[in-house]
Design a protein around this ligand. Structure first.
Ligand code: HEC
Length: 103
């Protein structure tokens, strides 16, 4: 089974019973992602979402700027020139886990 398929199974299983390694940073980041981001971004972060772009590979610096402040790191070329996404500053403690999940 490809790793991506395994992640899918894991994502679906999380809601029920959790997956092996559910305490790790990537698993915690995935839980935050599923709870806070997939209304707009794809369940699979390598793909375009209904509203937001693919965000797999986003750096911690980018996540801090965009998720917490609604901005971008200096010199970063955004994937979209819109400003639809509202900042979610309450997620500050979850940024390291999100970055691990998306790296
Ligand atoms: C209300 C819909 C919505 C939600 C919820 C949302 N986003 Fe977004 N996101 C967008 C849209 C739309 C963009 C494109 C830029 C814009 O219009 O703000 C974007 C852009 C981004 C970018 C910048 C991509 C790039 O490289 O230019 C990152 C990173 C990102 N989102 C991460 C997240 C994370 C992580 C979450 C959950 C914590 C999240 N977003 C929740 C809609 C959303």
């Amino acid at each position: 089974m490809a790793r991506r398929d395994a992640l899918w199974v894991c994502a679906l299983a999380l809601a029920a019973a959790g997956c092996g390694g559910a305490d790790g940073p990537a698993a915690r980041g995935q839980q935050v992602y599923l709870a806070q981001c997939i209304a707009c971004h794809n369940l699979d972060p390598t793909r375009e979402g209904t509203v937001g772009p693919a965000i797999k590979g986003s750096s911690r610096e980018l996540l801090e700027a965009k998720v917490l402040g609604g901005t971008y790191p200096p010199g970063y070329a955004p994937k979209r020139d819109t400003a639809v996404m509202q900042p979610l500053p309450q997620l500050a403690p979850a940024i390291p886990d999100l970055a691990t999940y998306l790296e």
